[in-house]
Write a protein that binds this ligand. Structure first.
Ligand code: 6R9
Length: 640
């Protein structure tokens, strides 16, 4: 799809925008002073003396400053008279709800903090959190933050084995979990996996939230119910103030290698950028907006844009426990209508799923409260972008395509909704105070129109401070590639268009090399889904004896489109050739019923490459649904 339209900000939004074009100029004139200005959004127990100490690749921001992250997210709003404002409209999957004001949130966080102290948690101790999307997940994270005890949240969909590896790597002594949560209309037990993971590790105490009410194994002496321990605590807790560089959390990323990386984030710089970017990119007006980030707390998006950014900014937000199709495919739109959601943040894979389900589903709901839509997690193809804006945003709302990573801690590249004329498919510009570029293999910036590797050329406040327990791997993974220039290597391919706007092209390991031409899997996918017969596509580069790599495409057809066999494949190949060029023609097109996705919604191209190259499948444990691979394999020609 060639989408050349530009979408300037709606004039009303631009006139009232939290952040205007002046921010770019401010930040350009003195980047450090700009971030100091943003840090003043927070309440500090003692101001910093040195804004940035940079001994590449190790940074310390706001040195000498003291703050309490939980106080910034909760107490200060209550103290300022906003205790009755709703912090969280929680919606359980079965339809039960809880409304939590800032005053109640403060009580819950203080009680949980006192409970953790009773369990022996002290500043610096790591606490594992393995919970469904329930309010206690937020209480638990903030209670840890209040105590200066870094949390490590493990997504509830991860296996016992994955949890155990993380417990061991973090050397945690306390685990917070639940009997289970509700998913796809059924209780989904967590406690058995938590037990299996904790067995034989350093975990001494397990705090268990009752959510589903199902009977679960319980180890006397080690396990304690949340409602027994937390509910009897005092709601008074005097916070300590911690160093700006106090570790706040460790979040493991499922990387390309077998051992997950424990990405370490600290307090002052992280919270500064979380709060600033949430304010700037979502244009949050705390008195009137209702914000909803539909991510899971187990991912960085949930950390920064459900917990820390929005709460630091006194947002009223929706939190939803379940899946978008339970009990029906209109659940998201029903929630938006019910709470009058104004700002929505979700992922392209979710948007494409909604496209697959058809426009008549959202059409049944009143979505007129929406004023801004955000996207995160992967490049958004122009079709999905336009569909999101038109079908969900009524053709009125800006769409902000936000590029960032677990490692960056907060949004780095995104349009500003009141400033940027948006280009569908492009994340466009580094935020004020952020320095990004695209360089060639030698680290030399490419001219406009060129492509290469995305790098971050200056340290930023919410940057990872390291990989937990492995400084060498940190230096090696992110800083060795362009050591000469001192650039952070993001692992993403990107190009600059004629205006200098940035287009993210997917992970570098997903960029194919076909006959010496660099072709992005994303570009080919985007071309395929611009064909009206295709709902979703995943493309991999499979080793090819003559061209280096050959392009293999896995496609899901839209409802109503028929698999016409070779005729369809030929049509789609020609379509791609028309959209990008003959060089991008897939060697092979396979129509499949589903695509293998991780639980965070990223397509697992590695598995598709295994299929395309006739290899036995690698590790499938991070798949959301491992039976998908059987469905795909069944579609394959038996021999090649
Ligand atoms: C926040 C998050 C990071 C990787 C990143 C990139 C991809 C995220 C994107 C995007 C293009 C966007 N990514 N947002 N690619 N456009 N707007 O997703 O963190 O799970 O660590 O993933 O996701 O490839 O390198 P994380």
């Amino acid at each position: 799809m060639h989408e050349d339209r530009r979408f300037p900000p709606p004039s009303g939004l631009a006139a009232e925008a939290n952040v205007t074009a002046a921010a770019y100029a401010d930040a350009a004139s003195d980047r450090i002073a700009f971030w100091e200005e943003q840090a003043r959004r927070l309440d500090w127990g003692r101001p910093w003396t040195n804004a940035l100490e940079w001994e590449p690749p190790f940074a310390r921001w706001f040195e000498g400053g003291l703050l309490n992250v939980a106080v910034n997210a909760v107490d200060r709003h209550v103290d300022a008279g906003h205790g009755d404002q709703v912090a969280i409209h929680w919606e359980g999957e079965p339809g039960d709800t809880r409304t939590i004001t800032y005053a109640q949130l403060k009580d819950e966080v203080c009680k949980a903090a006192n409970a953790l102290v009773e369990l022996g948690v002290r500043a610096g101790d790591r606490v594992m959190i393995y919970l469904p999307m329930i309010p206690e997940a937020v209480f638990a994270m903030l209670a840890c933050a209040r105590l200066g005890a870094p949390h490590s949240v493990v997504f509830g969909g991860f296996s016992a084995e994955a949890l155990r590896n993380r417990i061991e790597d973090a050397r945690a002594r306390v685990l917070i979990t639940a009997d289970g949560g509700f998913r796809r209309g059924r209780p989904n037990a967590l406690k058995p996996a938590a037990d299996e993971a904790a067995e034989g590790t350093g975990i001494e105490r397990v705090l268990v939230v009752r959510r589903t009410g199902e009977t679960v194994p319980f180890t006397e002496g080690r396990d304690v119910w949340w409602h027994d321990l937390v509910d009897r605590q005092s709601a008074a807790h005097t916070p300590d103030y911690f160093d700006a560089e106090q570790p706040l959390f460790i979040l493991y990323t499922s990387g390309t290698t077998a051992k997950p990386k424990g990405i370490l984030h600290t307090s002052g710089g992280y919270l500064t950028q979380a709060a600033y970017t949430h304010h700037a990119v979502f244009d949050l007006k705390p008195d009137t907006d209702v914000y909803w980030c539909a991510a899971d707390i187990g991912w960085v998006t949930g950390h920064t844009y459900i917990v820390y950014g929005p709460l630091a900014n006194r947002a009223t937000q929706v939190m939803y426990e379940g899946t978008p199709d339970t009990p029906h495919r209109g659940r998201f739109w029903e929630i938006i209508q019910k709470y009058g959601v104004t700002l929505l943040y979700t992922a392209p894979t979710v948007i494409r799923t909604f496209m697959k389900w058809g426009e008549d589903v959202p059409a049944k709901y009143d979505l007129s409260s929406l004023r801004l839509l955000g996207s995160v997690g992967e490049p958004i193809n122009p079709e999905a972008w336009i569909w999101y804006r038109d079908t969900i945003g009524g053709g009125r709302t800006p769409v902000v395509d936000t590029w960032w990573q677990t490692e960056t801690g907060a949004i780095m590249i995104s349009p500003l909704p009141g400033v940027t004329a948006a280009k569908p498919g492009s994340a466009q510009v580094a935020l004020p105070g952020i320095a990004a570029d695209v360089v060639d293999g030698d680290g030399v910036p490419v001219p406009d129109g060129g492509g290469g590797y995305l790098v971050l050329t200056e340290p930023w406040p919410s940057m990872l401070r390291g990989i937990w327990g492995d400084p060498e791997r940190y230096a090696d993974t992110y800083w060795s590639r362009f050591a000469g220039q001192g650039f952070y290597f993001a692992g993403d391919g990107a190009k600059k268009d004629g205006d200098g706007d940035l287009w993210l092209l997917g992970r570098v390991d997903d960029v194919m090399n076909v006959s010496g031409h660099r072709i992005s899997t994303t570009e080919v996918e985007s071309a395929l889904v611009s064909n009206p017969q295709v709902a979703e596509a995943a493309v991999v580069g499979a080793t090819d004896p003559t061209t280096g790599q050959g392009i293999v495409a896995f496609v899901i057809l839209r409802g109503g489109a028929a698999d016409k066999g070779p005729e369809l494949a030929a049509e789609l190949r020609d379509h791609v050739a028309r959209e990008i060029g003959p060089i991008a023609k897939p060697r092979q097109i396979l129509v499949v019923p589903e695509l293998p996705k991780t639980r965070s919604g990223k397509i697992m191209r590695r598995l598709l490459r295994d299929v395309a190259e006739n290899r036995s499948l690698g590790d499938v444990t991070t798949l959301q649904d491992s039976s998908v691979m059987d469905l795909i394999s069944a579609k394959l020609p038996t021999s090649k």
